[in-house]
Design a binder for this molecule. Sequence first.
Ligand SMILES: Nc1ncnc2c1ncn2[C@@H]1O[C@H](COP(=O)(O)OP(=O)(O)OP(=O)(O)O)[C@@H](O)[C@H]1O
Length: 542
Amino acid sequence: MERYKGAELGRMSPHVFAIADISYRAMIDERRSNSILVSGESGAGKTETTKLIMQYLAFLGGHSFAEGRTVEQQILESNPVLEAFGNAKTVRNNNSSRFGKFVEIQFDNHGRISGAAIRTYLLERSRVCQISDRERNYHCFYLLCSAPAEEIEAYKLGDPRSFHYLNQSSCYELDDVNDAQEYLATRRAMDVVGINENDQEAIFRVVAAILHLGNIDFAKGEEIDTSVIRDERSMFHLEMTARLLMCESHALEDALCKRVMITPEEIIKRSLDPLGATISRDGLAKTIYSRLFDWLVDKINHSIGQDSNSRFLIGVLDIYGFESFKSNSFEQFCINYTNEKLQQHFNQHVFKMEQDEYTKEGIDWSYVNFIDNQDILDLIEKKPGGIIALLDEACMFPRSTHETFCEKLYQSFKSNKRFIRPKLTRTDFTIVHYAGEVQYQSEQFLDKNKDYIVAEHQDLLTSSKCPFVASLFPPLVEETTKTSKFSTLGARFKLQLQQLMDTLNSTEPHYIRCVKPNDELKPLLFDNVNVTQQLRSGVRCA
Ligand SMILES: Nc1ncnc2c1ncn2[C@@H]1O[C@H](COP(=O)(O)OP(=O)(O)OP(=O)(O)O)[C@@H](O)[C@H]1O
């Protein structure tokens, strides 16, 4: 860090410190905000790079003689906390971030760090209930199962193999990671970022409750289309969940197995069959977990504090790269949409730089072709008529299905050259992205896009005797109850992205592209074909 400080770009070997250094110098000299956009595929090193950048900025703009916790320490320690709750082992990366992150580091007039804000994007919720083999759930579940004995006893935990949300995969441990030590390290990091002992206890109690919740199974009830708690074991987990969330176990059982239907004539309590109750259980687990994650982010932001007098900042963006798998769902759609947005930002920036250069040298630039992906963005986000708008529309009509949604897409984009109707399927669609074609399976698009909490779950947790749990579920006011029924993740995500783009557009951008040397997660192995492919898509991007 000492060597890169103030060194002219290019004098030293390439390093993320060099990019962080010029961003900082540009901010000080030109008195304007800068941003560093880190990109690359999963496992390429975005998060590690982001942490190095943050360390370097803390080195340049830190407070050497501050008493107690400094802002920069808190910023750095927010990483292990967010990683414990937002990262998981996947086949591509043992510590994969399952959310996007934009960290805004604010500086005062003397160039010292004076505040920060962390914004997160689209946490992968499905992982809480469903994991593929060789992957893991979020780290925090395993850390808690390795907690000191008194916590294990209090929460009735133990072997992760005994929990449904963890035992769908045969992977429990990570090479070179000791979960017991990580648990203690996470608690220490929580201390530093300002989460007090009581809140820490409540956080892990909620994590334990989710594990017990996942072990509640249902059997057919006596009456048709009803369900009951399956056996003694499930009953035990029901009672544990209720105890940890501090609510009534009967109320929890009802919230899982029943739905209240309000018709103009009467209020009917309808039972769910075992499959419906299981879906209800998983929905509750996902909602609790995502609220917990949002709470952590808010708490960290609150505790670090924002400097409202700060006139410039350095933003660091660590966001999921372009994804194309065998099967692609709503998550990949949102991720690839993000990448289209960032790609456009990059194109515009590079074009503008070129244009400035030409103008400076008095060369006519009118013939320079500008690669633009606006047509793909229109296909996705145009209002009305884009894919997100059509999806929202489908979510509002109770009779819509993924089949009717797809049919609508086929009709609307028949002659759009960025849209393909694949052969041999009636529910897939393909988008021709800047980085290649991706075929999406629409089966779960509608469900995943709907963003409202089941009223029974809301009522149950709002009335929890634990103030922490209740605070995760503030009562809905009448007005929002109506609108939130129709609030959708797609629309919310689109808005968040627009805000991110507005921020980025007001800064001087710098880019770091991470390249993954091999798919084996091994050091000192360089796979030429694989690397070339990544660089090609980089060239295509430019
Ligand atoms: N600069 C580096 N030096 C050594 N190892 C690194 C470096 N960067 C990354 N790694 C290794 O690669 C792993 C994956 O890196 P990282 O988690 O930063 O990837 P990512 O691009 O953020 O992935 P994802 O999109 O899945 O979150 C790290 O856990 C580490 O083992």
